[in-house]
Design a protein around this ligand. Structure first.
Ligand code: AHM
Ligand code: MG
Length: 347
C-alpha cells in the first residue's frame, strides 16, 4: 500500500481500485463496476484497433433515437458495455447514447449503481483510424425508486429508470473516459483527483501513467468546430475573434487551433496542455450537440477534479438538473481562466 506522499505511478488499475476501496473513496460494489468498465474498455480498444481488418468499419444501417446513423462499431461497443455492466451484477440501471430509453438491468442481476455512458464517442473518426473514446458516469441509484418487475408495467419500470438516471452531475460518484488512440488511456476520478492509466497490451492491464492530473490554469489552445462560426451569437464571434489577437492579453501571440472532432481526444489534450474545448449552441442547434448526461457531466466532473471547469456558458454544468435522458447543452471546458474568459462574452 502506497504511503502518504509516495508516488503511485506504475500501479495497475485493478490494484488502484482496491486501494480506493481501502481509502473508503468507493464501496465494494462500486469497485466491481469500475473493474467491469475497464474490461469493456479493453475489449473496445481491441475492436477499434482491428476495425479495418475485421470488416467493422462503416454504417450499421440503423439510426439511434437522436436520428444519428449508427456505425457498426457504435452498436458493437454498446453491446460490450451493456453486457459487461450486466455481468457485474452491481448496476441496476444503464443509460447509453445508443439506447432509446434507460434500461433496467434484469431483476436477477439487480445492483445499486446507475451507469450512464457513450460507448464509442467520436465514431465518425473510426473509418479514418483517428482517435475515439468511451465516456461514462456512475451515480448511486435512488433507493426510493427501485423498479419492481413483478408488479409494475413496462411503462412504470421505464419511468423509474428515467428518474434514476436524470440526476445532476454533482451527484456523480465517479466518472471517466477511455481514449482509443496511439495509446489506449483510461482516465478516471472517484472524487479524489484524476488519474490516468495506459493500457500495456503486453500484459493486458492498465498501468498508472498520470498521477493527480491538474489542468493548467490557462492555455492558449482552442478547440471548437469553427465551421459553425456564421451561426454563432455575436458574443461568441467576438470571443473567437479575440483569441486571434491574443485573448485576454490583447496584442500577444494568437491562440492555436486544435480540433479532432472527438470529444475524448480533444478533452484529453486540453486537460494535459491547458486551453479550452467548446461545443456552443448555434442558430440551428441552440443547445449545441453534446449530451448532458453521458458526455458533458462526466467530463465536467473530471475537469473540476483536475482543477479546471465545465460550463454551459453561464455556469457549472454539474449544477444542471437533466429533464430528459438525451438532453443537449452548450459545453465549454478546460482551464479555469479560459472558461471564465469565454463566459465573460456570453453574459
Ligand atoms: P457522437 O457521440 O455522435 O460521436 O458525437 C459527439 C462528437 C464529439 O466527440 C465531438 O466533439 C463532436 O461530436 C464533433 O462534432 P462536429 O463534427 O459537429 O464538430
Ligand atoms: Mg457521443
Amino acid at each position: 500500500r502506497a504511503k502518504a506522499g509516495q508516488s503511485e505511478m506504475g500501479t495497475p488499475f485493478s490494484t488502484w481500485v482496491l486501494q480506493q476501496e481501502m481509502k473508503d473513496n468507493i464501496d465494494n460494489e462500486h469497485a466491481i463496476v469500475l473493474q467491469s468498465i475497464s474490461v469493456a474498455c479493453k475489449q473496445i480498444a481491441s475492436l477499434v484497433q482491428r476495425a479495418g481488418l475485421a470488416g467493422m468499419t462503416g454504417l450499421a444501417g440503423e439510426q439511434n433515437v437522436q436520428g444519428e446513423d449508427q456505425k457498426k462499431l457504435d452498436v458493437i461497443s454498446n453491446d460490450v458495455f451493456c453486457d459487461t455492466l450486466r455481468l457485474s451484477g452491481r448496476t441496476g440501471v444503464i443509460a447509453s447514447e445508443e439506447e432509446d430509453v434507460p434500461v433496467a438491468v434484469e431483476e436477477t442481476y439487480g445492483g445499486n449503481y446507475v451507469c450512464v455512458f457513450d460507448p464509442l464517442d467520436g465514431s465518425s473518426n473510426i473509418d479514418a483510424a483517428v482517435s475515439t473514446g468511451s465516456i461514462w458516469g456512475i451515480y448511486a441509484g435512488d433507493s426510493q425508486c427501485v423498479p419492481d418487475f413483478s408488479s409494475e408495467s413496462p411503462a412504470e419500470v421505464e419511468a423509474k429508470c428515467v428518474q434514476n438516471v436524470c440526476q445532476p452531475g454533482e451527484n456523480l460518484v465517479s466518472a471517466g473516459y477511455c481514449m482509443y488512440s496511439s495509446s489506449t488511456i483510461l482516465v478516471i476520478s472517484v472524487g479524489d483527483g484524476v488519474f490516468g492509466f495506459t493500457l500495456d497490451s503486453a500484459v493486458g492491464e492498465f498501468i498508472m501513467t498520470h498521477e493527480r492530473i491538474q489542468i493548467p490554469k490557462s492555455g492558449k489552445i482552442y478547440s471548437f468546430n469553427e465551421g459553425n462560426y456564421d451561426m454563432w451569437t455575436p458574443g461568441l464571434k467576438q470571443y473567437m475573434d479575440s483569441l486571434k489577437t491574443g485573448g485576454k492579453e490583447t496584442g500577444t501571440k494568437p491562440y492555436s487551433a486544435r480540433y479532432i472532432g472527438s470529444l475524448v481526444g480533444d478533452f484529453h489534450r486540453t486537460m494535459l496542455y491547458g486551453g479550452i474545448y467548446g461545443y456552443p449552441g448555434d442558430a440551428k442547434n441552440p443547445t449545441g450537440k453534446l449530451r448532458l448526461l453521458y458526455e458533458c457531466a462526466p467530463m465536467s466532473f473530471l475537469a473540476e477534479q483536475a482543477g479546471g471547469a465545465g460550463s454551459d456558458g453561464t455556469g457549472r454544468v454539474l449544477k444542471i438538473n437533466p429533464e430528459k435522458v438525451h438532453q443537449r447543452v452548450p459545453f465549454f471546458t478546460g482551464s479555469v481562466e479560459e472558461v471564465a474568459y469565454l463566459e465573460s462574452f456570453m453574459k
